[in-house]
Ligand binder design. Sequence first.
Ligand SMILES: Nc1ncnc2c1ncn2[C@@H]1O[C@H](COP(=O)(O)OP(=O)(O)OP(=O)(O)O)[C@@H](O)[C@H]1O
Ligand SMILES: [Mg+2]
Length: 362
Amino acid sequence: MAEVVLNQLLKSYGGVTAVRSIDLKIPDGAFAVLVGPSGCGKSTTLRMIAGLEDISGGTISIGGRVVNDLAPKDRDIAMVFQNYALYQHMTVYDNLAFGLRNRKESEAKIVEKIAHAASILSIEPLLQRRPKQLSGGQQQRVALGRCIVRHPQVFLFDEPLSNLDAKLRAQMRIELKRLRERVPATSVYVTHDQVEAMTLGDLVVIMKDGLVQQVGTPLDVYNRPENLFVAGFIGAPAMNVLKGTLDAAGERVNVEGFSMAVGEKNKAALRGYAGKQVMMGIRPEHMSLGSHGNEIDGSVDVIEQLGSEMHLEIRVGNAQLTVARVAPNAPIRLHEQVRVSVPAEQMHFFDVDTQKAIRLVH
Ligand SMILES: Nc1ncnc2c1ncn2[C@@H]1O[C@H](COP(=O)(O)OP(=O)(O)OP(=O)(O)O)[C@@H](O)[C@H]1O
Ligand SMILES: [Mg+2]
């Protein structure tokens, strides 16, 4: 295991800057997930750590050693790709043995390491098959096995589950969590799926346009998003965001014809914004039907029945709000007027210009 440190990491391809300036410290043994929309520089960052891409500026250290100029094979990393990258003409066993034979390990040691990895991944019955005789999930397990047998200091994953269907993806997510217990290693995992980021990461790194927006634990980034981008990206359904104006006393925010108390804590944070415009954010799961807390009246535009719960789209003036976690049997009809409430302490506020969260610094 080893700490991975990125220092002012930069990558440009001619005129295109893929990664602007990334500073990131991944502690020894931690599982860090880089998440963000397509094109934000996740794979480029990972490939630079792997040594598959030259860096245009900054440094990368693994285990206290700057690896900028080291070849991939000398970095003590193992990488799992989206497309598995298995050798099609070899059996699973030979796929697993390939890297070890290249390193001139003894056949006895290879047999032992493969037996260990195969048992962790439950692929013992598949060892004599070729990749095309395996399902997607099985191929993905073999790709993981190839990394495990190498005992690297650092695991790198680039969207390893994105070729799998939703059900298998959920299963493999759980297997990856189990695997972490049995094969601890510092890991960097790239995905654009925020559920994977939240469930797998000790550390979630949210990226946009080649820059890190926030680094934190899953609960940090959910409860205390540092800006509007993170607020909108983490959480499903996405946070409702509305523009409002704070009253002169800084106690209430007026939005689309309704007015909400901001609560004591937010009032303290919003000092200085009295009479000004702010962006207000409310998570769909923090709103509930009925009158308790701040109330909003609106008409039901869309009902999404999920079985375990309903999601509602509610029209309030010109604004549209999503309400989640409504009981699946709630007596709600389309186009009817409903009242929803949100506790003031669940409301988030952001600066209109900087888009940064407005909150008290602890
Ligand atoms: N070889 C290349 N030449 C030129 N531009 C590139 C090259 N590789 C990537 N880019 C650009 O760099 C930016 C970041 O790409 P990257 O592949 O890192 O994004 P990503 O976050 O992994 O996206 P995705 O989720 O779609 O995989 C993009 O704008 C991309 O077009
Ligand atoms: Mg990518």
